[in-house]
Design a protein around this ligand. Sequence first.
Ligand SMILES: *Cc1c(COP(=O)(O)O)cnc(C)c1O
Length: 226
Amino acid sequence: MTETLQLRERLNSVRAGINAAAAAAGRDSSSITLVVVTKFHPAPLVRELHDLGVRDFGENRHQEAQAKSTALSDLDLTWHFVGQLQSKKARQAAAYARVIHSLDRNSVIDALSSDERHTDVFVQVNLAEGTGRGGVAEADVETIADRILSTPGLNLLGVMAVAPLGETPRRAFARLRAASERVIRIAPKARFISAGMSGDYPEAILEGATHLRIGSAITGNRQPDG
Ligand SMILES: *Cc1c(COP(=O)(O)O)cnc(C)c1O
């Protein structure tokens, strides 16, 4: 029970933080979607968060996400896939994930092509060029957006990124916003920005983030072996 209380407190505190940052940015917090990232946490924790009103959940590993979505299929919720995705697993992930935040390669785009299913997607942008993290180079964002736009079954929502080390999050998110503006020029409806984690979501909100991916600030410490 005390664990549930702590969970509720952390969730409330993040929600208050979102409201404060939105107010500081002159934005309406109802335009911001909180995706709670539950990786490494078991299905019952997702259920508790659902009881507390959360409806959007993020996962970054296919097998774990698939197992949780099966275990929780009685709940009305939306799964967001936020991790690196191989083309072999892409179709399987799209079976439970309504939104894929981490699209960054042609092979996965082609694997997701479908005449029956619709998947909402973000292009992941690598704001730390030269390192091995996922995402396309800032210069390639429009090219990959174009390919998504011409792929049946994919609905481009916008751009996504993780703030890199070695730069203030605000500056990095400002570059993401610039990439977003370039995408909007070719796809006016793709105006959403997935950015902001436990340590930097206020800065992301100041730079226009519409989808926050927040894990540990809400779930507490995860158990990497669990
Ligand atoms: C784990 C993860 C998050 C959440 O990170 P926290 O620091 O726990 O809030 C957000 N985005 C991605 C892509 C992640 O893998």
